[in-house]
Design a binder for this molecule. Sequence first.
Ligand SMILES: NC(=O)c1ccc[n+]([C@@H]2O[C@H](COP(=O)([O-])OP(=O)(O)OC[C@H]3O[C@@H](n4cnc5c(N)ncnc54)[C@H](O)[C@@H]3O)[C@@H](O)[C@H]2O)c1
Length: 358
Amino acid sequence: MNPSHILVSGGAGYIGSHAAYALKQAGYEPVVVDNLSTGNAWAASFGAFEQGDIGHCDFVRAVCEKYAPVAAMHFAAFIEVGESVRNPDKYFENNRDKASRFFKTLNGCGVKKVVFSSTAAVYGDTSAVYRSAGGNGPVSELYPTRPINPYGQAKLEAEAYLRMLDSDGLRSIALRYFNVAGAADIEAQIGEAHIPESHLIPRLVLPLIDTPVVLLNALGLQDGFTIYGDDYPTQDGTAIRDYVHVLDLIDAHLRALDYLLNGGETDIFNLGSGAGFSVLEMVAAARKALDRPDFSPAVAPRREGDPAILVASNRKANRILGWRPARGLQDMIRDAAVWHRSALYRDAMLARMGVEAA
Ligand SMILES: NC(=O)c1ccc[n+]([C@@H]2O[C@H](COP(=O)([O-])OP(=O)(O)OC[C@H]3O[C@@H](n4cnc5c(N)ncnc54)[C@H](O)[C@@H]3O)[C@@H](O)[C@H]2O)c1
């Protein structure tokens, strides 16, 4: 039998390219759909690549007619929480309106299985559940959704639109990610390549591995890694987050896809490790993984809108999808460092900034 085509929106981005890579390895034929607004053509190297916008119905229809995908994974979105506060319309337009149009077009084309990248930002500030559980209560899917920024709100509304299509026979899984980090083996030649880079692990790693100064400047890392806030109500005063390796995250997507293709119902799952690490614990982990005992970052005041604690319960994903992350913090930090040290990453980023590689 010919391999099944799976449409991967946002497959030229960080997580979507890892999905296309893993789908190909699992025997599927990925079809990447991406407008390259923040993604990279070099990352869309697994299966077919169709450049275009998920909000353009004619384009999406033509792709569906050409490949007849049996399912879609939807990663395409803007991802900067701070920018969403400054420019909410940009996020509601792309992450809610275009996403909804995309789901509707897929449904009209008979693509009735969709796995959707959602986010822990739909929960908002979850410190209360922590306090009520004596400081140890990870967030389950039953936790109330009260986003505190347009990024989270737009994702929540896109989830609701997708769920509504269930009555028309479209079965979907919304996967709410916590913090995603790491990279595939360097042979795959993909990894995180965001400008600006707001995620904690690349921000920790990049200043410690001889990254060119011009690149550090563009990423907002000219002063090295900074700890924002050491006066949170946590054991060491720094904020606590939950980190998952991108390959474990994608393993959950393949399980969700299998589940849907085998008749599974529409549902929502959190994807996190279930364990929280404070920023100071992350600093200690980076010292160890990168052999930099001298690393001692500066502390600045808290950033507005950063909750004290965000940790997932992954019990439901474990029970229903059989998913459990296999990789730990040291893997995430080391794999991120290998990627960020690579010539491919550095040259591609410098090229995007219009700077010649040395
Ligand atoms: N990175 C994380 O830690 C994290 C955490 C929670 C949720 N997510 C979600 O995961 C998904 C992927 O995140 P990422 O880190 O890979 O981001 P990314 O920016 O690396 O990738 C997003 C991709 O989508 C494409 N895109 C955006 N709008 C598009 C449109 N209208 N039409 C076609 N293509 C479009 C971009 O060009 C890019 O290639 C996003 O939906 C994000 O909300 C990410």
